[in-house]
Write a protein that binds this ligand. Structure first.
Ligand code: NDP
Ligand code: MG
Length: 331
């Protein structure tokens, strides 16, 4: 797999081009500031009166309402929450320049056809593999978070859409970390799967069930919290830095033996079968339809589930214990 770097960038692709960054949250702020520091002409498009408006102004950026921000833009980055992008696209689409480029940081709306871009537009994806504050911080330190790149629609012909996407990735620091190519389908489906089965859904559920098992067996909630939640970071850091190999180098023989003999009993064939089912629901659009419908009907079920998660006893113990570890606040 080719990893694109700084030398692969066609510097002319976005030269002199106005870039409109719609949204000034996690990704929007990082992209806008990095692009500006890379010498691009950036305008931020956000709602007047919203918190972002004041923030972007204070950071020294040009700011306008989204419909005004896109008028002279050659490239428009959609960096508002995924479920807000469809309405935003509808509200700005008539003002988009002919032949402009739409850029997304996640393929959800294009892949699931919530946004059907005009045929004259280029449609590309640059998805940084990290949260916005990391994208900004690494850039300021002369490094960059790796990005995925995809081209969904290349109305301008040839390599132009690809070149513009790569030049954008370069502007936010992505070519320092390396840019890998993918498709909107692959990025969207793997991103959803990862967060559902492993990262957010899988990992937190594992932590909570472990905590419950210990507490129900009569152990102190505080001790259960340290064992099942707090110490997860040590393991994740080792995995992140050096994979399973590094984790094995740093844990005890007893931990390793327990891992090898008990791990597959906790996450077993039934778990993998369920993972495959979850993946199928992503691929056939069931998950997207459900989530879009939930949004349209006021997020009642979503809010109820979220409340239940936040009301779990592990959260009460956590607040108390974390208050005594002030260094945790630094991040
Ligand atoms: P945020 O939730 O941080 O976006 C907040 C911004 O969107 C604010 O500027 C807010 O403006 C604006 N906004 C919120 N709701 C609306 C609305 N209804 N209409 C118009 N503007 C609105 O988004 P993220 O940065 O998390 O996500 C942006 C994109 O990047 C998504 O596609 C996401 O999937 C993708 N992505 C996110 C990553 C992350 O780590 N967060 C990682 C990789 C990709 P105001 O202040 O006016 O409310
Ligand atoms: Mg959960």
């Amino acid at each position: 797999m080719k990893i694109y770097g700084q030398k692969d960038v066609n510097k002319k692709a976005l030269k002199g081009a106005r870039i409109a960054v719609l949204g000034y949250g996690s990704q929007g702020r990082a992209h806008a500031l990095n692009l500006k520091d890379s010498g691009h002409d950036v305008i931020v498009g956000v709602r007047k009166g919203g918190a972002s408006w004041t923030k972007a102004k204070r950071d020294g950026l040009k700011v306008a309402e989204p419909a005004a921000a896109v008028i002279d833009a050659e490239l428009i980055a959609f960096l508002v929450p995924d479920l807000a992008q469809k309405a935003l696209y509808e509200s700005v689409k008539d003002g988009l320049k002919k032949g402009a480029t739409l850029l997304f940081a996640h393929g959800f709306n294009v892949h699931f056809k919530q946004i059907k871009p005009r045929k004259d537009l280029d449609v590309v994806l640059i998805a940084p593999k990290g949260p916005g504050d990391l994208v900004r911080r690494q850039y300021q330190q002369g490094r960059g978070v790796p990005c995925l790149l995809a081209v969904q629609q290349a109305a301008s012909g040839g390599r132009k859409a690809f070149d513009k996407a790569l030049a954008y990735a370069h502007g936010i620091g992505g070519t320092r970390g390396g840019v890998l190519t993918t498709t909107f389908a692959e990025e969207t489906e793997t991103d959803l799967f990862g967060e559902q089965a492993v990262l957010c859904g899988g990992a937190t559920e594992l932590v909570v069930k472990g905590f419950e098992t210990l507490v129900e067996a009569g152990y102190q909630p505080e001790v259960a919290y340290y064992e099942c939640l707090h110490e997860l970071k040590l393991i994740v850091d080792l995995l992140h830095e050096g994979g399973i190999t590094k984790m094995h180098q740093f844990i005890s023989d007893t931990a390793k033996y327990g891992d090898l003999t008990r791990g597959p009993r906790v996450v077993n064939k039934a778990t993998k079968k369920e993972m495959k089912k979850i993946l199928t629901e992503i691929q056939d659009g069931k998950f997207a339809r459900q989530w879009i419908a939930e949004n349209k009907t006021g997020n009642k079920k979503y809010r109820k589930l979220l409340q239940a998660d936040l009301a779990h006893p592990i959260e009460k113990v956590g607040v108390k214990l974390r208050a005594r570890m002030p260094w945790l606040e630094q991040n």
